[in-house]
Design a protein around this ligand. Structure first.
Ligand SMILES: NC(=O)c1ccc[n+]([C@@H]2O[C@H](COP(=O)([O-])OP(=O)(O)OC[C@H]3O[C@@H](n4cnc5c(N)ncnc54)[C@H](OP(=O)(O)O)[C@@H]3O)[C@@H](O)[C@H]2O)c1
Length: 318
């Protein structure tokens, strides 16, 4: 099978398209033929081993899993002897932030990490509904959002932000969001009541607004800067550690304060993916797709995603 691999950590130039044996599924695994995957920010961290802490997970001096990829939408082609919940031909989807080896024509996956795709979406849409939406789930499920509250989403055009905006829309709240001028209409169409154009407005100076939740999905703000726009008992959550990794410690420091910081430690995919699938089935979540590449051009996809300027998700069609 054709696969995108890297034997050392580094830039997209390290990626090789090579030919490997098709894996044989173990007793509790399912062999799937991949139709679509994405290149996402987790893939970029897995390619570059940045931040450095990634090496403790992926392999210290070199990657334990040379085949790249964390998510997939695929078709079941072979079943391990102990697997009863899937059959050949099923359309399935899955995500593993530690590596699903899915930037290839086939991968073998433990059956417990596979989910049936909703019938109303394409392989590309299924692949685009995983990584960003998985992380977005932790923002809304670490807090208790009540009707009538005000939520601000910084970076609403990213994979996490565009999913989070649609998840927050499920609550009867007022939503403000930030994005670049080019995405203003998209972000309004996803359900934002107010949009700040970050190229000309600084949302942290809008102190009249008073938000119950500031969800920074791109980690471009700090709790200190957002404090004046948080309501009396407001909560700040960021997808990044912050300039001094302070978002890891601030939850402890602010535990007894009125305004709090929460770190969005991700939930298991057993919780996040069924939630995502439920919204997909009801048409309440439609993933944003920026563009698609072929497997042969995957290094270009990585170079684009590393810029941090994609809108929603970047697909690799296989
Ligand atoms: N904690 C975790 O486990 C975890 C997991 C995955 C990702 N992350 C982090 O989460 C962040 C977001 O990931 P993602 O996949 O959603 O990112 P992404 O898809 O790469 O999107 C970033 C988006 O943010 C926009 N943006 C850039 N600068 C901005 C600013 N100053 N204000 C508002 N929007 C801005 C960009 O739009 P324009 O450039 O077009 O303006 C782009 O659409 C990344 O920093 C990533 O490293 C964390």
């Amino acid at each position: 099978m054709k696969a995108a691999i890297r034997t050392h950590y580094g830039s997209p130039d390290q990626i090789e398209i090579t030919s490997l044996d098709i894996p044989t599924p173990k007793a509790d695994e399912v062999l799937v033929k991949i139709h679509a995957t994405t290149v996402n920010r987790t893939d970029c961290a897995n390619l570059t081993a940045k931040p450095f802490i990634m090496r403790f997970i992926l392999g210290f001096s070199k990657p334990k899993k040379p085949i790249l990829g964390t998510d997939f939408a695929a078709e079941v082609v072979e079943i391990g002897e102990n697997v009863t919940e899937f059959k050949k031909g099923d359309k399935v989807m899955g995500f593993n932030d530690m590596g699903a080896e899915s930037q290839a024509e086939f991968t073998s996956v433990p059956a417990k990490n596979l989910f049936l795709m909703p019938e109303n979406i394409s392989y590309n849409q299924a692949a685009a509904s995983l990584e960003g939406a998985h992380y977005a789930y932790s923002f809304v499920h670490k807090v208790d959002i009540k009707p009538g509250q005000k939520v601000l989403i910084n970076g609403a055009s990213g994979a996490i932000g565009s999913a989070l905006l649609q998840f927050v829309r499920q609550y009867k709240v007022t939503i403000a969001a930030t994005c670049h001028t080019k995405n203003l209409e998209l972000i309004k169409s996803l359900g934002a009541d107010k949009v700040y154009d970050y190229t000309s407005e600084d949302f942290t100076t809008d102190t009249k607004a008073q938000y119950d939740f500031v969800f920074d999905t791109v980690g471009k703000s700090t709790f200190g800067k957002c404090k004046p726009i948080l309501s009396k008992n407001g909560v700040y959550i960021s997808s990044e550690l912050g300039p001094y990794s302070q978002n890891v410690f601030l939850p402890l420091v602010t535990a007894i304060s009125k305004k709090k910081v929460i770190f969005p430690i991700p939930f298991s995919t057993q919780k996040t993916i069924p939630y995502i699938i439920n919204l997909l089935k009801q048409g309440k979540f439609v993933p944003v797709i920026d563009r698609a590449y072929t497997l042969d051009d995957i290094a270009q996809a990585y170079s684009y995603v590393i810029t941090g300027q994609k809108t929603g998700n970047v697909i690799v069609s296989i």
